[in-house]
Design a protein around this ligand. Structure first.
Ligand code: VTB
Ligand code: MG
Ligand code: MG
Length: 328
């Protein structure tokens, strides 16, 4: 079979394809480090282990990298802060968004779906958002017409429109929503409409990815708010696998609005689509810490450690699942 490349003239392959394997190494190392803290009830130690491993592995890659979404501002954390230079220092200028331990509580409790996540883009490709900023998000599969749902509509309007587009009754629509008190109203609306709701305790990067893969996951739509960094990371994945998403930042304090402005966000009410959250050539890599719906967790064997990673590249629209064995 001849494979066709999705050659998009607007997005030349600016990130060399060998970088995908480099990113895999980075997320693998962080996952192995965090795995030592699975189920130990110590979120801070797990996070710090992932951060330290990620930083030292990133510094071995031949890039002039810059963290644009990281652990916090420079004065808040020692490593992987926004603006920090990473990489060997020689090589392409790239921007990097990380969540070294997405689902830190899940890891500390040894529950499914904790991940190490990283996205890389050309300089300026990733929307710069603060660690403490939230985002309203909506996501559905690529198979629907572009105007099927809208973040400005009510949840009821959205699930009605989606059910009509899918040609099923609303009762056959499954929405994925973070289980948080702030979603009480949303949940009530979805229940009233008769939607099946899959509640996530944490981890909405995987949640968004599931929502665009309904044939495999049974999830039709992501609704609600979660971390803005997780929104950008999810968008980076959707650039590679397809899928529609809109995001709207929740800049609900003067401080957040000011910081957003400093980071280049002029209109606090702007609605971003996938290509505005993550533009140009993009790579995405996620390694499992605990077993999850996206990838398996780190397996400790006698003499070696096994990792499972999913790595994606926007230019070629490739997704690879890499199972690796590391000596220990
Ligand atoms: C989400 C999810 C994360 O935080 O962004 C969520 O992706 C944000 O909501 O895994 P809360 O601050 O209310 O938890 C996590 O659950 C944890 O970072
Ligand atoms: Mg984190
Ligand atoms: Mg997170």
């Amino acid at each position: 079979m001849k494979l066709s490349k999705v050659e998009d003239s607007k997005h030349p392959a600016n990130l060399h394809r060998t970088l995908t394997l480099e990113m895999v190494r980075v997320t693998e190392r962080a996952a192995i480090a965090a795995a030592e803290w699975r189920g130990k009830g110590n979120e801070k130690a797990a996070d710090e282990a992932a951060v330290a491993a990620m930083k030292s592995e990133l510094d071995r890659v031949a890039i002039s990298g810059r963290i644009v979404i990281g652990e916090g501002e420079e004065f808040e954390c020692d490593e992987l802060y926004v603006g920090q230079a990473v990489g060997e220092g020689q090589g392409p200028e790239v921007d990097i968004a990380v969540d070294p331990l997405e689902g830190v509580t899940l890891c500390a409790k040894n529950q499914p779906d904790s991940l190490v996540v990283l996205a890389m883009a050309e300089r300026g490709g990733l929307l710069n958002v603060g660690r403490n900023v939230y985002m309203h998000k909506i996501a559905i599969g690529a198979e629907y017409p572009p105007d099927t749902v809208n973040i400005e509509w009510s949840a009821t309007e959205n699930v009605k429109a989606l059910a009509a587009a899918k040609g099923v009754p609303i009762s056959e629509i499954t929405a994925i929503v973070l289980d948080r008190p702030r979603h009480g109203g949303l949940l009530e609306e979805l229940r009233t409409a008769g939607v099946s709701v899959k509640l996530l305790s944490d981890g909405d990067i995987a949640g968004v990815i599931h929502a665009v893969n309904s044939a495999d996951t049974g999830v039709d739509i992501y609704l609600g708010s979660g971390g803005a960094p997780e929104g950008v990371l999810a968008a980076a994945a959707l650039r590679c696998i397809g899928g529609q998403m809109q995001g709207k930042l929740i800049l609900d304090t003067p401080d957040k609005r000011l910081r957003a402005r400093e980071m280049g966000i002029e209109d606090p009410n702007r609605i971003y689509d996938v290509t505005e959250l993550a533009a140009g050539d993009v790579l995405f890599s996620a390694t499992g810490i605990t077993d999850g719906s996206l990838v398996e967790g780190v397996r400790l064997r006698r003499g070696w450690v096994e990792t499972s990673t999913v790595v994606m590249r926007s230019w070629s629209q490739t997704t690879r699942w890499i199972r690796a064995r590391h000596a220990r």
